[in-house]
Write a protein that binds this ligand. Structure first.
Ligand code: NDP
Ligand code: KPL
Length: 356
C-alpha cells in the first residue's frame, strides 16, 4: 500500500529516462506511485524486461516501473510531467510537451541552468508550469541501473498556473528524497546554477577532476571570478541565493567573496566531493560527442544576463565560447586537456598569477 503522500500523487510521466529521471521515477514507483518512464528504446526495453535497479547510499533495489518510448503508448494521460531531459534536448521534446499540456498535464522542468523555464513560458498553450532542481549527483551505470552518488534532495517552485508541488514534494520526501517548495523559481534556478558552474567548464576543458581544479590556486581564482560574476548578475536582477537541500548556497556565496586564499581553504575540500565519483556534467556532455553541451544554460546564461544588465562577465563569456568550440571541434579540446597554462592564457590570465 502506498503511504498517504505517495497515494495522493496524480498519474505522473517522467519524460527522459536518464540518470535523474530513473532515480525520481524509481523511488516513486518503489513507493507504489502511479509513474511511467519515457525513454529511449534501449532503456525502455531493459527497464521493462529486467526492472530498474536503483543504487542509493544505503540500499540497492530492483523496481518495477512501466517504461514507454512514445507518449502514444501511455495508457492514460498524465496529470503531471517531470521533464528530465538535458536542457539541449528540450527543444526536440516541445511537440510532445504541447500535446501533454493540451491533455491537461502540468510540466515540472528539472533541468540544470537557466533558460528552460523561459523556453516553456514562451509556449502559449502550457498553462501549468513549475521548476525544480535535484541536488543529488546521479549516474547511469547501464540502461536499467542508476546510482545516486551523493545525498541531496529536490527543491521545487511554481512558475505559472496551479501545479501540485506540495503533493510532489511530500511524495518525494516520503520516499527518502527530502523535497521542498520555494516561492520564486528564479532564486531556485540561479542558486543551483551557482553550484553547477563550479569546476564544471574548467574541468571539462582541461579533462581534470574538480579536486585538481581546486588544488591549483590559479584555477581556483578562475572559479571564484566566474562565481562572483554569476552572483553579481543575479543580485543585479533582484535574484537571491537560497539554501538548497544539502547546500547552503548563501553561505557559499559569502565564503566565495572572502579573499581567494581563505575562500579556497574553506570551500575546496567540500566542493571537490560535491559530485561524488560522477564527472562534472559538461565533461560528460562533451565526451558524448554530440557537438552540444549545457554550457549555454550555465556560464552562457550568466554572460547573457550580464550583457542585458551591463554587468561585465568576461570569465563566463569566455568559458562558454571555449567550451562550445571544444564541443564542436575535438582538436580545440586537445589544446587544453591537461594544460592549465593554455586555458589561463585563453582566459587572458597571466600564467603564474592567481588573479581575483
Ligand atoms: N545527473 C545528475 O547528477 C544531475 C543532473 N541534473 C540535470 O538534470 C537534467 C537531466 O540530467 P541527466 O539525467 O544526468 O541526463 P541524462 O542524459 O542521463 O538523461 C536524459 C535522458 O533523456 C533521454 N531523452 C532526451 N530526449 C528524449 C526524448 N525526446 N525522448 C525520450 N528520451 C529522451 C536521453 O536520451 P539520449 O541521451 O539518447 O538523448 C537520456 O537518456 C540535466 O539538465 C542535468 O543537468 C541535475 C542534477 C543532478
Ligand atoms: C552538482 C550536481 C551533482 C548536483 O548538485 C549536479 O547538478 C550535476 O553534477 O549535474
Amino acid at each position: 500500500m502506498p503511504t498517504e503522500p505517495v497515494a495522493s500523487l496524480p498519474p505522473t510521466l517522467i519524460y527522459g529516462a536518464g540518470a535523474v529521471g530513473c532515480l525520481l521515477g524509481g523511488v516513486l514507483a518503489a513507493a507504489d506511485a502511479p509513474v511511467t518512464l519515457l525513454g529511449r528504446p534501449a532503456v525502455a526495453e531493459a527497464v521493462n524486461e529486467q526492472g530498474l535497479t536503483i543504487v542509493q547510499p544505503s540500499s540497492t533495489r530492483r523496481i518495477r516501473i512501466p517504461a514507454v518510448t512514445s507518449i502514444d503508448a501511455i495508457s492514460a494521460p498524465p496529470a503531471l510531467v517531470l521533464l528530465t531531459v538535458k536542457a539541449y534536448a528540450v527543444a526536440a521534446a516541445l511537440p510532445d510537451l504541447r500535446r501533454l499540456a493540451a491533455s491537461g498535464a502540468a510540466i515540472v522542468a528539472l533541468q540544470n541552468g537557466v533558460g528552460t523555464v523561459e523556453t516553456l513560458l514562451a509556449e502559449p498553450d502550457m498553462p501549468r508550469l513549475a521548476s525544480g532542481t535535484i541536488t543529488a549527483s546521479v549516474m547511469r551505470d547501464s540502461p536499467a541501473t542508476v546510482r545516486q552518488e551523493t545525498t541531496g534532495g529536490v527543491m521545487l517552485a511554481p512558475v505559472r498556473g496551479g501545479v501540485p508541488l506540495d503533493q510532489l514534494a511530500a511524495a518525494l520526501t516520503a520516499t527518502g528524497l527530502p523535497a521542498g517548495v520555494v516561492p520564486r523559481y528564479q532564486d531556485l534556478t540561479w542558486s543551483k546554477l551557482l553550484l553547477n558552474i563550479m569546476a564544471n567548464a574548467t574541468s571539462a576543458l582541461l579533462a581534470l577532476p574538480p579536486a585538481a581544479i581546486y588544488a591549483d590556486p590559479r584555477l581556483f581564482a578562475v572559479e571564484r571570478a566566474a562565481f562572483i560574476e554569476a552572483l553579481a548578475v543575479m543580485l543585479g536582477a533582484g535574484i537571491r541565493p537560497i539554501p538548497l537541500p544539502g547546500f547552503n548556497v548563501p553561505l557559499l556565496a559569502h565564503a566565495m567573496r572572502l579573499p581567494a586564499p581563505l575562500a579556497r581553504r574553506l570551500i575546496a575540500a567540500r566542493a571537490a566531493r560535491g559530485r561524488g565519483e560522477k564527472r562534472p556534467s559538461l565533461w560528460l556532455d562533451i565526451e558524448r560527442g554530440l557537438g552540444t553541451t549545457e554550457v549555454r544554460w550555465l556560464n552562457g546564461a550568466v554572460a547573457d544576463l550580464g550583457a542585458r544588465l551591463g554587468i561585465p562577465t568576461p570569465v563566463n563569456a569566455t568559458l562558454t565560447e571555449l567550451l562550445e568550440e571544444a564541443a564542436r571541434n575535438p582538436e580545440r579540446r586537445r589544446a587544453f586537456a591537461g594544460r592549465p597554462d593554455a586555458l589561463l592564457a585563453a582566459l587572458g590570465r597571466t600564467s603564474g598569477t592567481a588573479q581575483a
